[in-house]
Write a protein that binds this ligand. Sequence first.
Ligand code: ADP
Ligand code: ZN
Ligand code: ZN
Length: 742
Amino acid sequence: MKSLLFAKVIIDISHEAVDRPFTYIVPEDLTDRIAVGDRVEIPFGKGNSIKKGVVVELCDHADIPADKLKYVLSISEKDLSLSDKRIYLAGWIKRNYGSTMSAALKTVLPVRSKVSASVKKTVVRKASLSEIDAAIDTAVRKRNVARLRLLFALKDESEILKSIVDSKLHISSKTLQKMEEDGIIEIREERVLRNRLSFNETKDTLPELSEEQRKITETVKKDLDEGLAKTYLIHGITGSGKTEVYMRIIADVLSRGKQAIMLIPEIALTYQTLMRFYRRFGNRVSVMNSTLSKGEKYDLYEQASKGEVDVVVGPRSALFTPLPNLGVIIIDEEHEGSYKSETMPKYHARETAIELAKLYKASVVLGSATPSIDSYYRAKRGEYELFKLTKRLTGNQLPTVKVSDMRLELRSGNRSIFSRDLLNLMDEALKKGEQTMLFLNRRGFAGFVSCRECGFVVKCPHCDVSLSLHANGKMVCHYCGYTTDSYKTCPECGSKYIAGFKAGTEQVETEVKKIFPKARVLRMDADTTSEKDGYEKILTKFLDHEADILIGTQMIVKGHDFKDVTLMGVLAADMSLFAADYRASEKTFQLLTQAAGRAGRGDLPGNVVIQTYNPSHYAIEYAVRQDYEGFYEEEAGYRELMDYPPAAHMLSVLVSSPSEEGAKNLADRLCTLARSNFTSSVFGPAKALISKINDVFRFCFYIKDGDYGELVKIKDGMEALLSERKNFRESVFFDFDPQNIN
Ligand code: ADP
Ligand code: ZN
Ligand code: ZN
């Protein structure tokens, strides 16, 4: 006899019921068609009244004897309700990325129980506009830059959410307190049910769209008129008018009685952009960010589902705001790695947005100055419609980019970590009172301690990574925090030539101070930002021109507009090229392009110096020429040759366990199972790149296939095998089309 298939069904969704699925038998004629996320009709309760529900799980065993169970009646083809759509999406996420249904449900329903909102704080202008002007004069005289920032903002806005003042204007609570004492502002506290402001929607005249911009808005409008829901990709450099296009599309969607979601990497959401949205759409905008409390989030969701919110701006998770009639999802900076979840389910916001949009017949608009290879590839193949914005509308010039070949520097006797070009430009900037940023590509690559006699490298006893030497003489593990005194002699051979490889952010700082003793230097990296608000504090200081030079890792390249920065030095541009990762060139190209975009944001022209040992690597050459198209062609060719995404699909499977034996055995079993699918190629298993973290062992393997569906099938098979396990010491993590290699 064929074994039975059971469906776990959530009936007539309400908050509480979500946690209790009911089991039904799937009749034979439906077994091939039914899928997780389907809406079904089932008999329910004593009277067997016919109810609707959503399938959250399909399995071949039930805890209740089959003769006590009822049958699924039919699969309903009708439109899903709001909450059904989200359950469907959870099912889709579970199926396509691999996770438990409950983890997927948690992702799409981030706030499930009622939480009452906390207190909302608003900074309210108390002084009159002429008093504000007077205060501005005083602040200018006293060089009180932070105060100035808020004063200027208060000229335009009579009230601003305190969370925005904190997170986007970077005003310290001390400054706020003083300004309150001076009678300029008042901080209003109220128990709230809404996290929005009473905004004066200023109907200022909209700029006349450029030819290129109009082509986009008109195409999208025409498609919407015809009921066509498509995905568009806008490739346009910073300042080419993407945001203006987003806002026009949103306005169009709103005029049709629908709502919009705009995703943006949180770190890239500047005060200016935020205010542009508030001014254009006023009260109908809601901003979601990580500073929102659970209560505030709950309120936002509640308002959203009641149709009281029209535009939601926020990071990846804003995608799951329950808007009743979604019309468009916009994803700005679509290439950003933060759109892929790093925890299970490892969903990608872009693909998930496209799936979500299908449920609503909504459009998806992607935009970037350096589109991901994934998206550009799809656009070129016609899956997305591609648009280009080629002109800067602000008149700001693009910066001048120079390359320093560090091999030549060394050959001509320059042993410093800075090239002569960079040193000269730093000197110039200092003399003119302009600011410099030094971007060190990749934290922790440097500072490792090795013996120059025997090559021994000091590693963390708990993790398979080298320890980094810090200025205080301690060696630290950047994964688990393990700290130990540094060695005087090599524990392997006894040589005294054991030393730190110099070039971490601390070393750069020391070096800068040596060469420019008068320069005021700030350093931003994982060490200086580990304390609460450390990141904001450093940012504020630099913004307030309390330092001339900011040294930092990745986090200084993204987002912020520093008007006085005219020089960006990229140290070790090639470090990220050697990551054992098929996206290494793409990430390097994006980082360098972004870094270049940091210099010269104000009225002053900018310079960029890229230091490298590999000036002829294509990622560096194309970044220097700011040639996206050229880079894309070369990179896409490589991915096709190697069957890497987007040319093919890839599933990474990571098995971890406190027992090395256990991790290896399970990885072997799963790998053998994967190999039984003959269409795919399987690589591994092997120790992960970092084979141990915190005494947990890690093994991984990879599966490649041109067809995503094949990978999903293999994953389903592995899940089935895992569900029969007796012990759960081993954890398994699936990652489809991974951003990083394990
Ligand atoms: P991006 O999002 O690509 O960086 P923005 O939409 O922010 O570009 O536009 C850059 C600047 O140009 C902004 O100050 C914006 O107000 C202005 N701008 C955008 N479109 C136009 C236009 N059609 N005419 C004049 N100015 C524009
Ligand atoms: Zn040694
Ligand atoms: Zn460690």
